[in-house]
Design a protein around this ligand. Sequence first.
Ligand code: PLP
Length: 454
Amino acid sequence: MTEHERPQAYVPPFYSQGVPKDRFPEHGMPPRQAYRLVQQEVGLDGDPWRNLATFVTTWMEPEARQLIDENLHTNFIDHAEYPRSAEVERRCVRMLADLFNAPGETTGARCQGSSEAIMLGALAAKWRWRKAREKAGESTERPNLVFGGDVHVVWNKFCRYFDVEPRIVPLRADRFTVGPDDLEPLLDENTIAVVAVLGTTFTGQADAVVGINDMLVSVRERRSLDIPIHVDAASGGFVWPFIYPNTHWDFRLEQVRSINVSGHKFGLVYPGVGWLVFRDREELPDDLVFEENYLGRTDPTFTLNFSTGNSDMIAQYYMFCRLGHDGYGEAITAMKENAEFLGGRLRDSGRFELIGADGEQLPLVCFRLTGERGYDEFDVAGQVASERGWMLPAYTMPPDAQDVTVLRALVRSNLGRSAAELLGQDIVDACETLDKKGGLHPDMRKRVKTGTGY
Ligand SMILES: Cc1ncc(COP(=O)(O)O)c(C=O)c1O
């Protein structure tokens, strides 16, 4: 009897013979067996609910999951075939433009995440700069982009992929964001844009966007250089409007020309959906928009991907309708309060100091050990993982703050108050274990994952 005739076998062949790995499989297997095989493989991943490293949504309501499931077979790019989905994209862009205080009608795009949105937003800045330089009969050879060392790696990627010189303000051991005085010396006539981050990956703080805007307004008047700001609001774009509504960082500031935000972070949708929003239509150069007609109708496209899933965008629209401004406010406030609760527990243990908690910050706790203890933050991360299974990232800050090591715990929807209480206790207990044994075993230490977990 072949394996196909024994689809209900309790012990499937892969259990003793191993799984397809290196060669394209000669024969298939019954669906239940294939399911068990794959399920057993990915079941060995870390548990997303214990993943304190990720900014990405790990819980959604059943109705959202139902919509996701019902739309898994639609392709986002088929606007001609799915015109209502195309309208959903436009609605979401308009809603975000409203949330970010755009002065009038604008445009934007649904993207795979903030990374794609950043590539497209920065390309638009490069195109606008080049057009202006060509018009003035000036060289377009050496574009540069100015930002702090607190940016996400995607900004370095953009510079390398699209041939732009990165001009980076280094961080300092006592300062993990950047402001106008740091950035101004790096600007010149070849600067395509300045990047300001709202909610950095490293500490959850914001660059001084108001000061950067004021500086650029003054540079425009003093030096006749009109340099735009792109705000990387990957995480902060769904946090600041709800818990810091009076802080100006968005289109209320005149040099802010484009903003990206990740729907799959504090937009509360599963990955991958992100958004790019322009200040107004003129900010998107026409020659970055391609017209194609092979899907049945002439359709403008402004994307790096072509075919991709539709369901996360639909889930985003669900979330906007489901929560509204009040609901997002309630959700983000609750996360922030739980972050403050957890931070308070850690600080009160006398073992840690908090970073960024005295100012505006994402719902997270960024912290480091105080005093000499015979072990470091990597040891704490390893001990917490081995005792309680929490994936708590420890990492060094970017240059020139590389001697500072921190731990960071994201607080998302599934870290309720009692889980936050448990986590705080688990971290303190792990330190007590380390106190007794004076650090982590070197073998275990090697295994501790580093990185910021984005
Ligand atoms: C500040 C910042 N920018 C950009 C990104 C990249 O976003 P995405 O993962 O949505 O592509 C991240 C991811 O964590 C981020 O924190």
